[in-house]
Structure formats: C-alpha cells, structure tokens
Design a protein around this ligand. Sequence first.
Ligand SMILES: [Zn+2]
Length: 325
Amino acid sequence: MRESQRKKLIMAGLGKAQKKSNRRKYKCIHPNCNLDSIKSHSQQKKGQLSSIAEDSSVYAMRKNMYQLFNAEIKDLLSKQTIGEASRYKGYCNAHDTNIFSPIENGNLDIDNPEHNFLLLLRAVSYEYASKRGMYDQKKDILSQVGHLFSYEGKKNYEASSYGIKVFLEKDAPYYLSLLFDIYESEDWSKIKYNSFQIEKNIGVSSTTCFSPLREDHPSWMAENFEKPQPFISFSVVPDASKTSVAFVWFAEIADLCGEYSRIDINQEDISNVINTYIFCESEDVCVKPSLWEKISIPDKNMIYRHMGESDSLSSANRVPLVLDW
Ligand SMILES: [Zn+2]
C-alpha cells in the first residue's frame, strides 16, 4: 500500500473512532449514583475560564485524536471556545452542581480545608474521566486502524493502553473511595495542602494531577509496585483580580510531598516555579489568547517539548515564562 493511501485510511478510521467516543455515555462518578454523566467543566466556564477569555475563547490542549495524529498540525494548544475547553464526562447534573458549588461563582477561599479538598476531588475526577474516555477511544482506534500501524507503533500503542488500564482498575477505585469517605466524614485532616493567592489575574487556568516524584516516579514505582501511584493535585484558578494556586495531596503520602509544602509565595523565583508546574505537568491548561499569541514560535515549540515530560525543577528557567505575573 502506498504511504499516502495508508495515511488516508488512518485519518478516515480516526474520524470514525472520534465520533464513536463523542457519543459514548458514562456513569456519574459518585459511588451511589446510577445516572449518566453530563459534559461538565473541570474549570468553571462562568468563573475562571471567562476571567481569561477573549471573544469567549482561550488556548487549550487539543483533545481531538484526528488532529493529534495529523502531522500537519504541530500546535498542541489551539484556540477553543470556553464551552469546548476543559470539558469532561464526570458527574450527573445534580452531583456536578451540588458537590462543587462551594468553590464556584467566586466563592473559592484558598485557606478553607473543605475548598482545598474539593479542588483535589475535581482534579482526580477529571483525571479519571479523561482516562476512562481515552481507554475506550484507544480500543476504538485499534479496532478501526490497528492493522495499518507498524509493528512497533502498535506495540507502543498497546503499552500505553495498558498503563491506563492499570490506573482505571487499581489506582482510581482506591483513590475515589478514599475521596468519597473524606467527603462523607468531612475529616479534612486526611488531606494536606499548600495554597496561596496571587493578587492579580495571571492569564492562565489549570486543573491537573501529577506525581510528586516527577522524574523519579518510574524507579519509585518499580520498588513499590503493589502500592497505588502517588499523585498531587494542582489547581490554578484565576478570577477578575486575583489567582488562587493550590497544591493538595493525601496525608498518607505526606512524606513524598515535602517539595510542595515548601513552595512559598514570597520566594524569588515563584513565578518561574508555578509556570514550570503549569506547562510541564498540566494536561488541561487554558491560556488567555493575547498572552499566548505574543509568545515567539521557538518559545512555543520549547514549551510543547516540556508538556508531558517530567523535568526536574532545576530546569525551571528553561521553560519560557507565559504567565502575566
Ligand atoms: Zn450523580
């Protein structure tokens, strides 16, 4: 088969797989709920997203498989309406509204333990919902176009699906049950956080989870393979005149999170540190259009290289500063 022909078939198959996953329904994440989830926002549309939007748009990660496979599209961030950005199939309408209302509509108080817990719950819910969607989508893609992949390509693709499967079957049930126990008991001592407020809108919004071990994560997991994977949640929530930044983790992994409890809003390199965490660790970053459009192409390409890589903080200065800070 000619290469151009192969590519055409792959793109057609990806289009079909994308449509199938758009239509797929998922149950509400709440453990006692049997309703279907709605498309909700991991970053509130009327709050944090509209505070950085211009013409109701932001730059956000591309989620469309068809676009991600298309070699002609190199940019990982694309301009999207705030209705499309940061969407996930997580909770039914009632649970989505009731659970998160204390931290929405400008009510987030970064010193309140319950609010920090809700930021953690929302970040984990988003991670879980995107991974369960991704897992099914990968299966659809393999069945549509797997026969067109090279042997190596297919092997790598199956290996990444396996990692997601382990997360969905082992890590996610463990952490979701822990989270809903805390939610019911209101025992906030089971979480720890280091959260602070910046006195301006920094033009970037994000909700994500990442390993506190960063580049040491694989070697730690090799020695602790029976344990659930440790992670920390990281939320950046701008509003009209300020930005809340929250690192939240479970008390049971506090010994792995010393680096995050020491971050201090008054340290000299704080804007670079936060910028690095946002662009190296977040899979769900949204940026104010005028802020992103003024970044040079070489700097954008450097940022894209960092996205999804776990760099140590010593490289903080190598990530071009995007934040308006
Ligand atoms: Zn529900």
